[in-house]
Design a protein around this ligand. Structure first.
Ligand code: FAQ
Length: 318
């Protein structure tokens, strides 16, 4: 039977059956309005995060300690911009324009990841971002690569490959510093002391306080809950820290044999909500930088449109 003859209820049931069977939903397939809206919210916020995420590291490109480190950091920051573009393109397939998404972001209606509202104070912070922030992103995104929406899952496959390089370069920066002078070791430790807890907050509020998880898990956009992914990240990261002699700043971190996981201390959720509601250490600065970039980039957008129109009129004339 053609889906044209199905009622809304039947369409919804058919959609859920497809999700249950693990089928991938593509842009032209029927989908509930709420699925489309949730994906637009989550994917556009993800894209904004990648773009804002260029700022804390971009800040260190001119001050990298060697030409090799500078070239690597430059490539990494460029990759993050590319990730933003793939995800914006993927989100456009849901029927929202780039302009609408940017408007949501620049007017402060849409969020971006809390982690990018923390300052990068020294070179070791580049190591901390690569190791912890990209490490957390990989744990989250490797699972998203199997999510129910085709364009998002495919973007994640490519992005995760690149994030793996980023993760390794961050870990290598810290491993090198931990073999250096006492001052270098202290710098590395200080960076981890500042970035550990905010990295855990990247996974979102605890499950009981996560209003969107119910829908997203039901529709297999999320395959694991916020707390499950956070725990996966902790379990994976503790042995890596031990391996290079860095201490994670949580006195309650302890292997729990019965659970097969590390126990950990409480997250400061007040700090998390302050940051996601615009009151973090760098929120104002980050938004100003992005708004300025948007205004200063107007001539580039105009030039691209003018070029396209010229090409079109030449085609018509030919
Ligand atoms: N920051 O109901 P939930 C990267 C908001 S990319 C800010 O649990 P959900 C690469 C949430 O939006 C990092 N806001 O929400 C890189 C919601 O608010 P809303 C970005 C947060 O969607 C590396 C409210 O709290 N990754 O790092 C955060 O089910 C290095 C309630 O929360 C992604 O975006 C937060 N941490 O779960 C780049 C991955 N957590 O919208 C440069 C895709 C929650 O209702 C350098 N996204 N909120 O107003 C996700 O997996 C999910 O959206 C979560 C949040 C897990 C982030």
């Amino acid at each position: 039977m053609s889906i044209k003859n199905l009622t809304e209820e039947e369409l919804e049931k058919r959609f859920h059956d497809r999700i249950e069977k693990g089928e991938i939903i593509e842009p032209k397939d029927w989908m509930p309005e709420r699925y489309r809206k949730q994906l637009i919210r989550m994917m556009s916020q993800h894209a904004h995060s990648e773009v804002v995420g260029m700022l804390p590291e971009g800040n260190w490109i001119t001050r990298a300690p060697s030409l090799r480190r500078k070239a690597v950091l430059l490539a990494k920051v460029q990759d993050e911009g590319g990730h933003g573009l793939y995800i914006y393109c993927g989100t456009e397939t849901l029927g929202i324009s780039r302009e609408e998404m940017l408007d949501g972001f620049l007017t402060g209606k849409a969020k971006y990841s809390s982690i990018f509202n923390y300052p990068t104070l020294n070179w070791a912070d580049m190591g901390a971002i690569g190791w912890l922030v990209d490490g957390a992103a990989i744990v989250n995104q490797t699972v998203l690569a199997k999510c129910s929406y085709g364009p998002y899952s495919r973007a994640m496959v490519r992005i995760c490959k690149e994030e793996n390089f980023h993760h390794k370069q961050g870990y290598e920066i810290l491993a090198t510093m931990m073999k250096g002078t006492d001052a270098q070791k202290q710098m590395a430790q200080d960076a981890i002391n500042r970035f550990w807890w905010p990295s855990l907050m990247m996974f979102g509020p605890s499950d009981k306080d996560s209003p969107n998880s119910g829908d997203l898990l039901k529709w297999k956009v999320k395959l694991f809950s916020n707390d499950e992914l956070r725990q996966r990240f902790i379990d994976r990261t503790v042995p890596q820290a031990e391996n290079i002699g860095i201490k994670l700043p949580d006195p309650l971190l302890k292997w729990n044999e019965a659970k097969g996981h590390y126990d950990h201390g409480d997250i400061n959720w007040e700090e998390f909500y302050n940051v996601i509601n615009g009151r973090g250490p760098c929120n104002k600065q980050r938004m100003k930088q992005r708004r300025d970039a948007h205004i200063n980039g107007e001539w580039v957008r105009d030039a691209v449109v003018a070029h396209e129109e010229k090409k079109k009129s030449e085609k018509v004339a030919a």
